[in-house]
Design a protein around this ligand. Sequence first.
Ligand code: ADP
Ligand code: ZN
Length: 676
Amino acid sequence: MAKEHEAVSFAHVAVNAPLLHSLVYKSSERLNRGDSVFVPLGHRRERGVVFDISPPKTSGEFTIRNVFEKDETRPLLSDVFLKWLEWLSEYYVHPLGQVAALAFPPLDPRKNSKPRLSKRPAVVKATELKSKPVLTEEQAYVVSSISVERNFEAHLVYGVTGSGKTEVYFRALENALQLDDGKGQGLVLVPEISLTPQLVQRFAERFGDQIAVLHSQLTDRERTDQWWSMVSGQKKILVGARSALFCPLPHLRLIVVDEEHEASYKQEEKLRYHARDAAVMLARSLNIPVILGSATPSLESWLNAKRGKYKLHKLERRVAERAMPQTEILDLRANKRESAPEVFWLSPQLESAMQSALERNEQTALFLNRRGIARTVLCGECGFSYQCPNCTIALTLHGERNLVCHFCDYHELLAEICPSCREGELKSLGLGTEQIERSLKERFPNARIARADRDEIHSRESLENLIRGMEDHDIDILVGTQMIAKGLDFPKLTLVGLVLADVGFNIPDFRSTERAYQLVTQMSGRAGRHQIDGGRVIVQTYNVEHPALQFALSRTYAEFADHELVSREEFGYPPFCKLAAIRVLAGDRALGEQTIEKIAVRAELLKKQLAAYGDIQILGPAEAPMARLRGQYRFHSLFKSKGSHLSAFCRQLLGDEKWIPSSTKVQVDIDPMSLL
Ligand code: ADP
Ligand code: ZN
């Protein structure tokens, strides 16, 4: 241990670089665990965080270099926060220095200290405070059973759509803000897409200018200013997408994770962390409560609640005596539209319901699942279809002639005749939002129709315009993909149609039924949120009997979850075991295959060598279902275990990675959300 009087101390620095271990540096300045420093790395000057002050463990011949200087612009990270960063690095098998770098904003603080908040709508505007509603009995009960005193506890708030979960978060946050002599802070994580002004507005109406916001569309300057406004203690509640978790809040007393089931909480690049799980771990490190909320909780959280690891709270009714929407399933197989085959997707029942909504001056939303509805093109003679030259997927038709790859953005024009047999005519298959919009314009010439999908909604601003259009009732019929269904709350939206609910049922992933259930429930939940009768939902499908539909429409979430858990247990899938995936990406197919095989051989060996790993099941290696993406061949191997040592196994398996060919990329994905 370095003693006070020693002139030189040794700092173990996690440098912001892809290094597996911390590096040791000398410093004559007194440093502490949690300090940020500038250090030499090769010929570069890099930033890093001090994780330990102690003499180097190995006394080698190599010279220990000096820390350039302490980074005075960055706050000291607390011991518990550092422990959480260490956990992230170990659990998700990612370099500690790169994990620690996420705890800081992109730019240095402003010199003239006082941050100016920009006028862009992305950042919170001053608003008049609204008075609080009287809590429903259910809400009051949940609020009273969530204690914000210092103690780790994970709460799962299962509340049907429109049951007023947000109000529960507000009350718990108010209580948390009182703590630490009124300095208490709260962190609210929401899926990126729901981080619209609509949501931020609701927070601003309750908490005024105590709110800071972090999401992907802020400029670096805005991001830095928002970050400092929280770290300096000036602001009290941070509302943000998953990365907001990394903001080192000095007085954090409560974390809320809204829509906790959302797959988008999993980051699918670099540090492949799940923000919900990481939030629970952070709360545990800080010894504070965390609230997870959803109308359709993940089965992981549901099982944790059943096992008593999470405390379960239920809101089973909508607020203000409003009913749940009335739901019907329509069998599209019975929809014989001989005179108008182009609207095979529109049942007469849905059409007439839309007509009457229009007559009552109310709004309709039609949702289409994004996956699988892609319009592809097929040759009627030889069966040729357009494939992306870089990815194993078909190209999607946009407009009349544009063929696009949704993964790599490859473009080409549709030919007049089949490029393969030079005879056949090319026919378009499938169904897209554009096509629906076009037919609706013909059938409802007086209605104001808007479309919301990846093509239309490419920026936050366009999403905001769309929401304003719905709020101001400049839109009668909204046609969109699932991406816009999340968390929206429009008083005049009384009819929701799920155009083709089937899509996604057959994706080769053990979570596909859970996802389908969540999607149907969440989309239906947009209907009649301010209507005493709860509005109406029409679900059209070719698979009337599918369990996800049957459960979503006639049973409670609890019944669905318990049913689905039985089959997960039977087939040995999460949440009854843990999964880890190792993926190999290579431009050269043979090299990729060799590498994944090497990994599998090493895995077998490691399993035999260490008894502790004996229970790990090795699946594969195999070509990934998405066998080629952006020109890279993809292979994977899956590891399954009931224990909690898959991270350690993967770390040991890859070792120093020196044996991995430099032209291949190896990714570790712990608790993968997608096996494609
Ligand atoms: P959820 O997130 O559970 O789907 P919200 O929190 O969006 O539901 O609440 C639905 C609507 O009910 C919102 O417009 C909200 O302002 C309103 N609301 C919430 N709590 C109450 C209450 N106790 N009394 C009246 N209205 C409420
Ligand atoms: Zn492609």
